[in-house]
Write a protein that binds this ligand. Structure first.
Ligand code: SER
Length: 326
């Protein structure tokens, strides 16, 4: 990775599933004085405010975005504040407003203050007419969820700011992210997180996606690695910018259940399919081709299904013993 001493980073949505762990990863890499966490909610549980400076920020208020960028003299923004797929599908207008207007505000504040910008796109940027097996980097993108509409538009908008204004915008298309810190806030891939909590607490889980639904997934340490890696990549080597396919594994619910059963004897799973989330999942890739990220900036994940499952159960099992599993 390149030089990193001069980075000063602002994170939006820092109390969310990815933000709460990425912020700490950025702190480890750039130092506590060089990372500023922001969220629309106060950090009542002190997830981050003991570690890095914390400021309240509603990304829909552009003057507040600019004020915080200037106050902390940041030069890099990780813009994670957004609604996930299931929530945006239930509240499409809010999904559009938060995901698009929030991004536009952050882009303009970043441009005015010469900041680099990381934008997380998603497997949700693909749709039913996209090739589902080995989904290429450059392919048909006609998503049918509001979340997907905002992710494709976000990718295009970031490319536009790069080409038109020379801004350093970069991003990845994240798959479902599996983590043991903060729970995801209403996505289609959430089952792959919930299943671990249920397996440890009750040895049983009712899955809202049906058997055979294959989706790309990634363990949080790899998501942090991808988010930092793409921003530190040598720009001369980048043919793409927004957004790189990145994946670490893909599986169906029954494959994940079988892996968990290797550690938790007697674990059982049944199904109660949520038609809305099933429709969304069916329109997303079975697995993506992430060779462009591998070639252009050396992407390679550390956790496969077996390693992720073992680590999730170790961490959540320890929390359960201490009575810390909500
Ligand atoms: N985990 C996300 C979601 O389900 C995918 O981008 O919304």
């Amino acid at each position: 990775m390149g030089t990193h001493t001069a980075r000063r980073v602002l994170v939006t949505g820092a109390l969310g599933q990815i933000g709460s762990e990425l912020t700490l990863g950025l702190k480890d890499r750039y130092g506590a004085d060089n990372v500023i966490a922001t969220d629309i909610q106060p950090d009542t549980k002190k997830k981050l405010s003991g570690d890095v400076p914390f400021a309240l920020l509603d990304v829909l208020k552009i003057e507040n975005v600019e004020a915080v960028v200037q106050k902390y003299k940041v030069n890099t923004i990780y813009h994670l504040a957004a609604l996930l797929s299931a929530v945006a599908e239930r509240k499409p207008r809010e999904g559009w407003d938060i995901n698009m207007m929030g991004l536009l505000n952050v882009l303009d504040a970043a441009r005015a203050n010469k900041c680099s910008l990381f934008f997380p796109s998603s497997i949700g940027a693909f749709g039913p007419s996209t090739p589902q097996d080995g989904t290429p980097q450059d392919t048909v993108q006609r998503p049918e969820s509001m979340y997907g509409v905002t992710k494709v538009a976000g990718e295009l908008l970031c490319d536009y700011y790069f080409k038109r204004f020379g801004m350093d915008t970069r991003g990845v298309r994240f798959p479902g992210i599996i983590s043991n810190g903060t729970l995801p806030g209403g996505g289609t891939t959430d089952y792959a997180v919930e299943i671990f909590y249920a397996a440890i607490k009750e040895r049983r889980y009712t899955c809202f996606l049906k058997q055979g639904t294959s989706l790309d997934m990634m363990y949080m340490p790899d998501a942090i690695k991808a988010a930092i890696g793409v921003m530190e990549a040598d720009p001369a080597k980048l043919k793409h910018r927004n957004s790189f396919n990145v994946t670490a594994m893909h599986f169906t619910p029954e494959m994940l259940a079988a892996e968990i059963r290797k550690h938790i004897e007697g674990f059982t799973m049944d199904y109660r399919v949520d038609p809305m989330r099933q429709r969304i999942a069916d329109s997303w890739p079975n697995y993506m081709d992430d060779s462009a990220a591998r070639e252009e900036w050396g992407w390679s994940p550390d956790f496969n299904l077996a390693a992720m499952t073992e680590d999730m159960i170790r961490v959540l099992g320890a929390k359960h013993v201490q009575g810390l599993l909500s």
